[in-house]
Design a protein around this ligand. Structure first.
Ligand code: C2E
Ligand code: CA
Ligand code: CA
Length: 643
């Protein structure tokens, strides 16, 4: 493409030169009738007139041949301005030699020749050319005085020469100025053109990745649809979204995010054919237009190739990042007949790919539309859920294995949807995370929990409450300040609050995480690692984290005691936590066998349906009162409290 541009400009430059040549040839052509007229009024004899005419035609033919052959392109000035001017002056000097009666005419023609230099010459070159004319005139007169003295009237020729010597420098000055102005005009014209090209590029391309932007892509898509319609062909649209890109921006900052986007753009471009159009719509959304493909399985191959391009880790600013993407695919005419529908359906399919677990592609199907509409409706309703007081908190007790004592509760949010009823977090927390609504919801939960802690305290119940923190909240710079403000304004003791964070949240940027955790601990808030075992934490860091509790993920408890691997894992986690002076909580304990095994392994506390599911506040109070009653009556075991 680059060489194409170069060839094109070289060709267009040669065209400009040819035009210059024709201009000069035109000037000669204008001189010829003047010459013939001069002969008829008796100023020039026939033979010199013919010779002059032949010289003019001959010179032009020679120059024409040179320009056409392209030999001129090797010259320092491929327009051959100097050779042209010198040859013209020489021919005119030959004329001066024979214009016995009217040498002034030939000299006037000299001015015409020089004026052509105005298109090319600098003032200095004009002076040189003027000098050549004056010198030539001097030589011709001297030769005439020697060869044909009768034809020379010395005072008149001296007068002419002096007049020329006065006029030519002025002419050179004016000519030089004109040519300078022309050059400036051309330069600003070029600048204007390149600015115009840049504006055009900016309007149609994404500044970060250099890929076509939404506007250009839409235009191309509309055009491609028209073509496909006319030729009864299909086309495919891929919609790609980087998985969890928001996390990268939030944790590593926007400059890193930008570099990732650039790299992603490159990788996609390399993975697809040159004829397929890749564009960035904005954010972390990329699209691909595939105009010719044989059958649908081909599209799956293309998607696999793109996802494969995400395989090697990304290296940005010394960080190694593992990334993946989700792709939605739809085709014309099956899944939509206009650009807008196709884009929206590919987007819907992309969401489906995310829901199915990310790092995959998904083809659009009409049923997805319904799902997506539900999702949009849910998203819209979630925006108002807080103001409309639809979010509630349920509390699940944590029980000590040894004494059956309730050591605290975990706050788990629910959404009482006006039409859909009580929704569990898996229906709306991922949505809240994607839309950022999880941050206000998270702060609301913290405040509500703190208020409850105070209220219960007044009722004589001192209970510690564990609250789940979302990744975006944990990475908010204001977290510590906001939490301090909530504790201060509600008057809740920090010791009553425990924050649950996951391994993945802290391992993104462990040094920063340690700093935040230490600030939280300094306030008196306790910390636990949730879903332990499902992320990847480094043991080295685990030692550095100021953590009070590890919560063994439910997935390791589910198949206990039959699954030997899981039993080995829970045993090892319990031993590890104890060696790090942490308490261990087993999640999702549902039956007596699980309970027994974990107790025998030395686990400290458990949560699960074996005791109670998450309870609304009133039920929690009832449970706690019963439990207090049991203790008062000397009940010993958790089996009794929970059974
Ligand atoms: P999680 O933090 O791991 O919460 C424990 C989940 O296990 C809860 O699901 C709880 O109801 C469930 N569970 C407890 N015992 C048992 C059991 O014996 N068997 C089974 N099968 N499940 C049990 P839930 O309430 O649906 O919450 C799901 C997830 O939603 C939570 O997982 C947590 O990650 C998230 N979540 C809940 N509340 C909040 C919140 O306020 N903020 C944030 N950011 N996330 C929350
Ligand atoms: Ca939790
Ligand atoms: Ca958990």
């Amino acid at each position: 493409m680059d060489t194409g541009v170069r060839i094109e400009t070289a060709a267009s430059k040669q065209l400009v030169r040819m035009r210059r040549f024709y201009l000069a040839a035109g000037a000669y052509a204008a001189c010829l009738p003047v010459l013939i007229a001069a002969h008829y009024v008796g100023l020039v004899p026939l033979a010199p007139m013919l010779r002059l005419a032949i010289l003019m035609v001959g010179a032009n033919l020679a120059f024409f041949a040179i320009f056409r052959s392209g030999v001129n392109q090797r010259a320092p000035d491929p327009s051959l301005t100097w050779p042209q001017v010198l040859v013209a002056i020489a021919i005119l000097m030959y004329g001066v030699y024979y214009f016995d009666r009217e040498r002034g005419l030939a000299l006037m023609l000299c001015l015409v020749v020089l004026s052509f230099g105005a298109f090319r010459f600098s003032t200095r070159e004009f002076f040189t050319a003027a000098g050549v004319v004056l010198a030539g005139y001097l030589v011709v007169i001297n030769v005439l005085m020697w060869a044909r003295p009768t034809t020379v009237n010395v005072p008149i020729e001296a007068y002419r020469w002096l007049t020329l010597a006065l006029v030519l420098p002025c002419f050179a000055m004016v000519g030089g100025r004109i040519s300078e102005l022309r050059r400036r005009l051309r330069r600003s014209n070029e600048e204007l053109n390149s600015a115009l090209r840049m504006i055009q590029k900016m309007a149609t391309h994404d500044a970060l990745t250099g890929l076509p932007n939404r506007a250009l892509f839409n235009e191309a898509l509309v055009h491609a649809i028209g073509q496909a319609q006319r030729h009864r062909r299909s086309l495919a649209l891929f919609f790609l979204d980087i998985d969890r890109f928001k996390n990268i921006n939030d944790t590593l900052g926007h400059p890193v995010g930008d570099r990732v986007l650039q790299e992603v753009g490159q990788r996609i471009t390399v993975a697809v054919r040159a004829s397929d159009m890749v564009a960035r719509l904005g954010g972390d959304e990329f699209v691909l237009l595939v105009e010719d493909f044989a059958e649908t399985p081909d599209l799956g191959d293309i998607a696999a190739k793109i996802l494969g391009a995400f395989g090697p880790s990304f290296h940005v600013d010394g960080q190694e990042l593992a990334l993946s993407a989700s792709i939605g695919i739809c085709t014309f005419p099956d899944d939509g007949s206009d650009a807008q529908t196709l884009l929206s359906n590919a987007d819907i399919a992309m969401y489906r790919a995310k829901e199915q677990g990310r790092n995959r592609h998904c083809f659009y199907a009409a049923e997805l539309n319904k799902l997506s509409q539900e999702r949009l409706a849910l998203e819209a309703a979630l925006k108002h859920a807080l103001q409309r007081d639809e979010i509630e908190i349920h509390y699940q007790p944590k029980i000590e294995f040894g004494g059956g004592r309730v050591t605290g509760v975990e706050a788990l949010i629910r959404w009482r949807h006006p039409h859909l009823g009580l929704l569990l977090p898996d229906r709306f927390v991922p949505l809240a995370e994607e839309t950022g609504l999880i941050v206000p919801i998270g702060y609301w939960t913290l405040r509500r929990v703190c208020e409850r802690v105070c209220k219960w305290k007044e009722q004589g119940i001192s209970l510690s409450v564990a609250v789940n923190l979302s990744a975006s909240q944990f990475h908010q710079p204001e977290l510590v300040k906001e939490l301090a403000a909530i504790l201060w304004s509600t008057g809740a003791p920090a010791q009553a609050l425990e924050l649950e964070i996951t391994e993945t949240m802290v391992m993104k940027d462990p040094d920063r995480a340690v700093a935040v955790m230490e600030q939280l601990r300094a306030m008196g808030v306790r910390l636990s690692i949730d879903d332990f075992g499902t992320g990847h934490s480094s043991l080295g860091y685990l030692k550095r984290f100021p953590i009070d509790r590890l919560k063994v993920d439910r997935s390791f408890v589910r198949e206990l005691p039959h699954n030997g691997d899981d039993a080995a894992i829970t045993g090892a986690v319990i031993a590890l936590a104890h060696s790090l002076k942490m308490t261990v909580v087993a999640e999702g304990v549902e039956d007596q066998q699980q309970f027994d095994l974990l107790r025998d392994q030395g686990c400290d506390e458990f949560q699960g349906y074996y005791c109670r599911p998450p309870l609304p506040e009133a039920e929690l109070m009832r449970f706690l009162n019963e439990e207090r009653g049991l203790f008062a009556r000397g009940a010993r075991k958790a089996e009794r409290a929970c059974g």
